[in-house]
Design a protein around this ligand. Structure first.
Ligand SMILES: C[S@@+](CC[C@H](N)C(=O)[O-])C[C@H]1O[C@@H](n2cnc3c(N)ncnc32)[C@H](O)[C@@H]1O
Length: 198
């Protein structure tokens, strides 16, 4: 059975009607780096069970849109959120944008994707990095000039090279380990802003 924490953040998420405690990671990132503006179009990669999309939905407001993608289905009642049960490696993006009523390029791409973990840090790092690279490919294909990209990475030896790669195509790149990340986790987030397409 999947591990379900019942800590301060999990309880707060339940009280505030968020689908997961991970919402507070995005909230901290957004508070610090100002990711979202009213009216933005947002791609949420690895969206289930839906808390990041919930947060983005209210941050962009009724004139904005959120397209959430995950291997597992997500239900949403928000009118500006469209979820698709898809693998980001094989998704038909044009069809998804059309279904979501969204016209690319988008303003923000966020990825909270996580691989199935093994407990072997080198393997988990490699799998997580592969998801970050795939998310970055999606961002490169669909992010507007000046747009913003956020991804979760399980730390490891290839993290600096990935971060340096981001620095070549974004004006600023920061790393943050939000307070809501559990102590035993090796995850942190890269926040890349000011996309400059090659
Ligand atoms: C930590 S959860 C995301 C939590 C979400 N941000 C929230 O706040 O509700 C990570 C998600 O990444 C998804 N994921 C992993 N690989 C994926 C892939 N190739 N395509 C789409 N989603 C993927 C998993 O199915 C899982 O639901």
């Amino acid at each position: 059975m999947a591990y379900k924490p019942n800590d301060h953040y999990a309880q707060k998420a339940r009280k505030e009607n968020y689908a997961a405690r991970s919402v507070y990671k995005l909230q901290e990132i957004d508070t610090k780096y100002k990711l979202f503006r009213r009216g933005d179009n947002v791609l949420d990669l690895g969206a289930a069970p839906g808390s990041w999309s919930q947060y983005a939905s209210s941050a962009v407001g009724p004139d904005g849109k959120v397209l959430g993608i995950d291997l597992t289905p997500v239900a949403s009642s928000a009118s500006n959120v469209y979820f698709a049960e898809q693998d980001i490696f094989t998704a038909d993006w044009q069809a998804l944008f059309a279904a979501a009523g969204m016209r690319p390029p988008v303003d923000v791409v966020v990825s909270d994707m996580a691989p199935n973990t093994t407990g072997i840090s080198i393997t988990d790092h490699a799998r997580s990095l592969a998801l970050c690279e795939a998310a970055l490919d999606v961002a490169k294909a669909h992010l507007k000039n000046g747009g913003c990209f956020v991804c979760k990475l399980f730390d490891g030896e290839d993290a600096p090279a990935f971060r340096n790669g981001l620095k070549k195509i974004f004006k600023t790149v920061n790393a943050l380990r939000p307070q809501a990340v559990r102590k035993e986790s090796r995850e942190f987030y890269l926040i890349a802003q000011g996309y400059v397409p090659n």
